[in-house]
Write a protein that binds this ligand. Sequence first.
Ligand SMILES: Nc1ncnc2c1ncn2[C@@H]1O[C@H](COP(=O)(O)OP(=O)(O)OP(=O)(O)O)[C@@H](O)[C@H]1O
Ligand SMILES: [Mg+2]
Length: 464
Amino acid sequence: MQKPHTESRSTKQPSTPDLVGSADALERHDDLWIEVIRKMDETYSDLVRYQVELEEKNAALEAAHQFISSVLASMTDVLIVCDINGRIEEVNPALESLTGVPEEGLIGRPFQSLLTTECLELASGFAETIRNNAVHDCELTLRAAQEDVPLAVNCSSRYDSRGRLVGMVLIGRPVGELRRAYEALNRAHDELKQAQSQLISAEKMASLGRLVAGVAHELNNPISFVYGNVHALARYRKRLRTYCDAVDASDPPESLTALKAELRIERLLDDLDPLIRGTLEGAERVRDVVQDLRRFSSGQKGEHTGFDLVHVIETAVRWVTKGSHPGAQVETQLPERVDICGHAGQIHQVVMNLVQNALDAIKGVDGARVSIRLETLTHADRLVAGPAQAGFSAVRLCVEDNGPGIPEPDLLKIFDPFFTTKPVGQGTGLGLSISYGIVADHGGRLMAENRAEGGARLTMELPA
Ligand SMILES: Nc1ncnc2c1ncn2[C@@H]1O[C@H](COP(=O)(O)OP(=O)(O)OP(=O)(O)O)[C@@H](O)[C@H]1O
Ligand SMILES: [Mg+2]
């Protein structure tokens, strides 16, 4: 098609049709240019639009980034994002400030390196656990800049856009504050329970005191005449024996000798002695119990005077340890002199009781040891009521032993009257209940506990 046209252009003279042809060509050329310019315009405006869109997207991305950063920064809980191997990929400022390590120092580290050794085993199971379940409220301890921080941790799995498991997200809440509050609450609760049981015990003692006073009064008369009569019987037995011996010596008639044999008078006289001694012993035991009962119920009223507590303790210890338990080692740590106000005789009785109980507890124990310690308390650490004195405001006596200790359920019962674990005849179970009353009357308190290293500790606190 082009060929003839070219030929005609080269062989024929220039004529109007040629002019017309060049005008066409020119027109086509212009159209081409217009098309090119239009395309360029379009491309340019596309470019501008893309640029605007890109800038808008950038701004949105920046805003989203700002938003996420601000959320992470205001989180008080700790956030750790890890890959599937537990290497840290992202953390929040709360973790940085707790550990004192900047983000750059944390990224790439295994998250277990932030924990104390005790929780490593637990944390190493996370990667496996989260494949099936999330981990809820598990407690881990973070090695923090100042002191270790216990965290309540939740851990869940993290997936990519195609739903593949790519790592885990740990969120930890510091529970230190919560724990401290909880412990304070627990302590307050325990103190309340102790105060309540002391109140109940005080009330119980008071009503028991009234009951015991009545019983003691009723028992006192019969037992004193039993006791008196037995003494008389012992004297009469002696006289009977003298008389019988005299009759025997005077060659009595046969009928009398036969009657004596028939009535077995000789055996009877021989038996009378152990019978009287047994009755006397029983009567003495009952008399002692009645005496204790009266002391327990009397409210231990007595005149309070000033006395040296150290001297009282020393004599009480000497009396108790004299003769008994030669194997036991009794150590005392006593100041030179501590003057307090009270009833010296009653305090003496309390100390004797505490030391006696300790010595009873260590019977048969290897390396048996009782330690008696007296300390003075200043106003700051005193726990008992009473007016403060110069130098100290209260005293605390601890009697410790290395015996078997007091079984936990018995700790509240040992101050009950007649509670004893000793064999019949060896303990009335009144010692501690009387002591409790005496100490309470002095405005102090008597406490029992088991020592962590074994054995019991009885503590008496008295206001100065
Ligand atoms: N240091 C101690 N170690 C272990 N148990 C003790 C100790 N002190 C007291 N107890 C327990 O408390 C109980 C009551 O003691 P408490 O002094 O009141 O009575 P008791 O010693 O049995 O008899 P008693 O009236 O002769 O003193 C004891 O029987 C014993 O079980
Ligand atoms: Mg006792």
